[in-house]
Every structure is written in structure tokens, then in C-alpha cells.
Ligand binder design. Structure first.
Ligand code: SF4
Ligand code: SF4
Length: 166
């Protein structure tokens, strides 16, 4: 068993993995989809996901998960009191409610709270209701998934002891 699959495996662990997989016919990965993708780097065997990765969510009660983020690439949580309008509004509206909400529920699925009602209520609680009247810049959808796999580079500074003096 490999305990962690979402980081590159150290060389020593790769050797252990080769031994482990010597007589195997396939690898079953119980991590999220990233773990499945990473393990494919280390074996020619079929790598099978044991889980179906659905979304970034929270477990609000035991076994009950709710999506909180669709990884759009240009987060607007700061403008919306920490509540995502892409996820929590069934129509993904950015500039306020559609007008179909009844009793705080969404007209698309009345079992769900209206995301814009949630945002409105939370803005009142934070004393930020006026912020909802601000004209906001267009959301930058160029950072979304529509352009294929996204890439990001975060330069990591070297620890001082490994920095060479010139
Ligand atoms: S605005 Fe985008 S990044 Fe932020 S929570 Fe919503 S989907 Fe996720
Ligand atoms: S009722 Fe609320 S959550 Fe549903 S689509 Fe309209 S604004 Fe969005």
C-alpha cells in the first residue's frame, strides 16, 4: 500500500512500489483523481480509480457532502461573503438573484437554499450590504477550464543554507 499518492514519490518509495507491483495486474487508487493521475507516472499497469471524484465539498453531516467550489480559476468569494455564486446559484448568476426564489429556496430545486439569499443574509450579518451595490469588474473566465488543463508556477525560494554566495 502507498499511503500518499498526491505528491511525487521519493526514489526509495518508487523502488518499494516496483517490488509491490511485481505480480500485480492493476493498481486500485483510493485517493481522489489527482492520486490516480500521479500513480500512472510510476507504472505501466492499468491504474483504476476506486472513487468517483465529484467536487470540492464539505461534509456537513456524516456522509452528506455539499459542493462549495467549482474551481473556476478567478475566485469571487471575497465579494460574496464567502459564498460561491457559481456553486450555490443554480444559474450561476453573478449580479444578484434571478427573482424566482420563494421562501429563500431556489426555483430550480426548491430543496436547495437560494445562493443569492444566502449571500444577501450573510452580507447583512457582516454589515456589508452596501457592497452588493458596487459595480464589479467582469469576471475573468480566461482562467477557467475552457482552455484545457490549467498550469500554475509558484516559485519556491531555496532555504538559506542551500543558497550559494557569489
Ligand atoms: S468563485 Fe470560483 S474559485 Fe471561488 S469558490 Fe466559486 S468556483 Fe471556487
Ligand atoms: S432562485 Fe436563487 S439560486 Fe436559484 S437560480 Fe435564482 S438566484 Fe440562483
Amino acid at each position: 500500500m502507498i499511503a500518499v499518492t498526491c505528491e511525487p514519490l521519493p526514489l526509495q518509495a518508487r523502488g518499494g512500489l516496483e517490488q509491490l507491483l511485481h505480480d500485480a495486474e492493476a493498481v486500485l487508487v483510493l485517493a481522489c483523481s489527482l492520486g490516480v493521475s500521479m500513480v500512472t507516472d510510476y507504472t505501466e499497469l492499468p491504474v483504476l480509480p476506486a472513487l468517483n471524484t465529484l467536487f470540492i465539498g464539505r461534509e456537513s453531516e456524516s456522509g452528506y457532502f455539499t459542493e462549495e467550489c467549482a474551481q473556476c480559476g478567478d475566485c469571487v468569494l471575497a465579494d460574496n461573503a464567502g459564498i460561491c455564486p457559481i456553486v450555490h446559484c443554480a444559474k450561476g448568476l453573478f449580479n444578484g438573484p434571478c427573482g424566482g426564489s420563494v421562501g429563500g429556496k431556489c426555483e430550480v430545486d426548491p430543496t436547495l437554499p437560494c445562493g443569492w439569499q444566502m449571500i444577501y443574509d450573510r452580507m447583512i450579518a457582516l454589515g456589508r450590504l452596501d457592497d452588493l451595490m458596487q459595480v464589479r469588474p467582469y469576471k475573468d473566465w480566461s482562467k477557467s477550464l475552457s482552455g484545457g488543463a490549467r498550469r500554475m508556477h509558484i516559485p519556491v525560494p531555496l532555504p538559506p543554507e542551500t543558497t550559494k554566495e557569489v
